[in-house]
Design a protein around this ligand. Structure first.
Ligand SMILES: O=C[C@H](O)[C@H](O)[C@H](O)COP(=O)(O)O
Length: 230
């Protein structure tokens, strides 16, 4: 079995692509693992699969379109049958997630919320006992008044860092907003923290995904394991 990270992502992308059936409406995630899923779906489309993709970012949309996947939007669809997306951390048991290191968390959460089922795909390095162990919680905020919003995030106990590119320019999301990466000590109560972050005026969404994933497909040296929410 492949052990390097890229091979594991391809493996889990292939496994997740098998969940898609003809005529489904499918939320397409963002990130390197979701890219492997999209590539595998492109292969299946070449072999005759028909489905509609609703992407969670401009880059996933471009990748999917280039592979011949049909892309539509919420103007055509009220509900999504299945959303498949990556994660930065997956809590064992609860399957609460941290997402958004790729900057797509707001669109990802909108798509997840509109989906009947969410399946998260990852390699085993993303499994943790407590969220916040390795990854900060990305928070998408308004660029107007961002300094005030950042101060309020710090009052929740975070060490907030506005995300910038290599040249020091503030990162801009697909929706034209900012991201603040909020490092917390391991998070004891993710649902309460999510509610507290979302209550701050100026915050659009945070990268904590609470009880949204029905199951995780996790790739390791022994293959892909399905973990259901406990
Ligand atoms: O904004 C990005 C997304 O939440 C990604 O799904 C997440 O960062 C995982 O990305 P990757 O599969 O590249 O580790």
């Amino acid at each position: 079995m492949p052990a390097d990270a890229e091979a594991l992502k391809r493996l889990v992308g292939e496994a997740a692509a098998e969940l898609v059936e003809n005529d489904m409406v499918v939320g397409l995630g963002t990130g390197s693992t979701a890219n492997c899923l999209i590539d595998s779906l492109g292969e299946r489309v070449r072999n005759g699969l028909r489905f509609i993709g609703i992407p969670t970012s401009k880059r996933s949309e471009e990748r999917a379109r280039a592979l011949g996947i049909t892309i539509e939007g919420f103007d055509r669809h009220d509900r999504i049958d299945l959303c498949i997306d990556g994660a930065d951390e997956i809590a064992r048991g609860s399957l609460h997630l941290v997402k958004g290191l790729g900057g797509a968390l707001l669109r990802e959460k909108i798509v997840a919320a509109a989906s009947d089922r969410m399946v998260v795909v990852a390699d085993e390095s993303k499994l943790v006992d407590h969220l916040g162990t390795h990854a900060p919680v990305p928070v998408e905020i308004s660029s107007f008044g961002w300094e005030s919003t950042v101060r309020q995030l710090a009052q929740l106990g975070a060490r907030p860092t506005p995300r910038r590119d290599r040249d020091g320019v503030l990162f801009v999301t697909d929706g034209g907003n900012m991201i603040v990466d909020c490092a917390f000590a391991p998070i004891e109560d993710p649902p309460t923290l999510e509610a507290s972050i979302r209550a701050i005026v100026g915050v659009f969404e945070c990268g904590l995904f609470i009880s949204r994933a029905e199951c995780a497909l996790v790739a390791g040296p022994d293959g892909v394991v399905r973990i259901d929410r406990g």
